[in-house]
Write a protein that binds this ligand. Structure first.
Ligand code: IMP
Ligand code: MG
Length: 180
């Protein structure tokens, strides 16, 4: 295998962990001891959702997941969002917090929050770990944002992939343009 340059670290694991703890504090302050459903957006949001869940003090949360896909295998959004709600039971009549990895056009978050409201959630809030500058197409405003990206780069790691690679990296990196 040819040796490629290592991907550049944009948000390191320690910085992510610190930010996740402070997001959890804010979320705990909002919900108090009320039960709610933490709904992770698969696949990219799975790492953030499980770290965030473990950082919360509230011990009455239910875990639920929605599978969303818009990218296919490329680095550009296809513009259409396919959704699959994996557990309707945890949605109807509940307060739901959507946990998403990254907000770009906003189409995914818009589709997910809409589907949860249709599914009978009484309140839907959202937290995204990263928000990219520009690109907004859908009118969405997450309640909590981990990092406002100053750089409009395609990123990978910490759950995010680039062409099916780097999802399991503990850091968030900028993979080289031509990497496979
Ligand atoms: P949106 O629907 O355009 O807001 O895009 C959000 C979805 O696209 C996220 O859930 C990610 O799965 C994916 N996505 C957007 N930007 C990136 C990126 O830089 N790296 C990996 N996935 C991304
Ligand atoms: Mg995603």
């Amino acid at each position: 295998m040819p040796t490629a340059p290592p991907p550049r670290v944009l948000y390191g694991r320690r910085r992510i962990a610190t930010r996740v703890r402070s997001l959890a504090k804010g979320i705990d302050a909002h919900y108090g001891d009320r039960p709610f459903t933490l709904c992770g957006v698969l696949t990219g949001g799975v790492v953030f959702a499980s770290d965030l869940a473990r950082a919360l003090r509230n011990d009455r949360i239910e875990l639920s997941f929605v599978k969303a896909s818009s990218y296919g295998t490329g680095r550009r959004s296809t513009g259409r969002v396919r959704l699959e709600l994996l557990d309707r039971g945890g949605i109807a009549g509940r307060e739901v917090l959507v946990v998403e990895d990254i907000l770009e056009t906003g189409r995914t978050l818009h589709a997910v929050t809409g589907a949860l409201r249709l599914g009978g959630a009484v309140d839907v809030r959202s937290v995204v770990l990263l928000r990219k500058p520009g690109h907004r197409a859908a009118d969405v405003d997450p309640d909590w944002v981990g990092f406002e990206m100053t750089e409009d780069a395609f990123v990978a790691g910490y759950g995010l992939d680039a062409g099916d690679r780097w999802r399991n990296l503990p850091d968030i990196v900028v993979p080289p343009e031509d990497a496979r």
